[in-house]
Design a protein around this ligand. Structure first.
Ligand code: SAH
Ligand code: SF4
Length: 363
């Protein structure tokens, strides 16, 4: 049997692994053992899975493998944020970012190569969509980085890299299942966050099928402005979007939805916008996360001034809407929100920031 005919176990859910081992004529508990080795202990070598029977390991070698892409480039920001590019098939690459903070480590992963939504302020959406990542390709981002000695414990995983996760619905849901499975990566449901630009039908489905945390990219307090900034708004306007958010909270018994709001100088950062936002969110289970805009070469937008951001945040807080400002991390290596462009066919790879302090190439 040649290598490509073997099943890559990375990306199989608990139920799928159970079916797989059953097909091999093995007992279901073998699947649970495998699940634990694979995802919880990040082990990819069957011979090191010491409590598996030798005969089972031999069979696994024949029919299965743990295949992961190569890490191509690693960059480390002056603030400790790290960015990697994983080689995908052929010419494509995707990017991930790890943000270490006291007591926690957040990994920001990608769900697609490029993005179909095309928000005007986002580098990932500039070139459109080049493809969906399979469940395996999503999960292996976490798996591969968890094995690196320089990466501390990954406590939080956020789908805030390249792509619109809910436009790759099935693969993303399966990935969240593996991330939250207590024999899988075992990350708490409140620490796996799917961020969406507002695909309402998929949000409603998500509420039925999983229980991860949800973040919604709002970015504007009225439809006229949001139509321009986040084109999906023309299909699913704000009222419809918010209705889906509150349904999500109810269904999930979740604490709240996080609303992301990118601060664009002179565009959506005026006190009047803050007051409009208050009207939308007051009294609701909502938190607002203000994201200072991260510029990239082809953009005409500018970041709001610190004073404008502070004023905006204060208006929200003073009117009963909890708001915080996201600290910008890794912007010297283009690892900040919206700067991930990956390598989409011929598009430029990683632009090296002037403050870059280290570049390592893993082979
Ligand atoms: N597609 C999903 C998730 C990926 S983007 C979504 O849009 O929610 C993660 C967050 O970064 C989103 O809130 C997105 O709007 C924001 N973002 C995109 N481009 C940005 C930029 N240039 N500066 C700051 N935030 C940006
Ligand atoms: Fe896609 Fe999100 Fe970027 Fe919009 S902000 S283009 S949805 S990745």
């Amino acid at each position: 049997m040649n290598a490509t005919a073997k099943t890559n176990l990375l990306g199989l859910t608990r139920a799928e692994l159970e079916a797989f081992v059953e097909n091999m004529g093995e007992k279901p508990f073998r699947a649970r053992q495998l699940l634990k080795w694979l995802y919880k202990r990040h082990e990819g070598d069957f011979d090191r899975m010491t409590d598996l029977a030798k005969s089972f390991r031999a069979k696994l070698h024949e029919v299965a493998e743990v295949r992961t892409p190569q890490i191509k480039v690693e960059q480390v920001s002056a603030d400790g944020t790290r960015k990697w590019m994983l080689a995908m098939d052929g010419t494509q690459g995707i990017e991930m970012v790890f943000i270490p903070e006291p007591g926690r480590g957040t990994l920001c992963i990608s769900s697609q190569v490029g993005c179909p939504v095309g928000c005007r302020f986002c580098a990932s959406g500039l070139g459109g969509l080049d493809g969906n990542l399979s469940t395996g390709r999503i999960v292996e981002q976490v798996w591969r980085l968890a094995r690196l000695p320089e990466v501390g414990r990954i406590t939080n995983v956020v789908f805030m890299g390249m792509g619109e996760p809910l436009a790759n619905y099935r693969n993303v849901v399966r990935a969240t299942e593996i991330l939250m499975d207590d024999l899988g990566f075992d990350i708490s449901r409140r620490r796996v966050t799917v961020s969406t630009s507002g695909l309402v039908p998929q949000m409603l489905k998500l509420a039925e099928e999983t229980n991860c945390a949800l973040a919604v990219s709002l970015h504007a307090p009225n439809d006229a402005l949001r139509d321009k900034l986040v084109p999906i708004n023309r299909k699913h306007p704000i009222a419809e979007l918010l209705e889906a958010c509150w349904q999500y909270v109810n269904k999930q018994n979740a604490r709240s939805i996080t609303f992301e709001y990118v601060m664009l100088d002179g565009v959506n950062d005026q006190p009047s916008h803050a007051h409009e936002l208050v009207e939308l969110l007051k009294g609701q289970p909502a938190k607002v996360n203000l994201i200072p805009f991260n510029p990239f070469p082809q953009t005409r937008y500018r970041r709001s001034s610190p004073a404008a951001i502070e004023r905006f945040r204060d208006i929200l807080n003073a009117n009963g809407v909890i708001a915080t400002t996201r600290r910008t991390r890794g912007d010297d290596i283009d690892a900040a929100c919206g700067q991930l462009v990956g390598r989409v066919n011929d598009r430029t790879t990683v632009r090296l920031g002037s403050k870059l302090i280290s570049v390592a190439v893993h082979t």
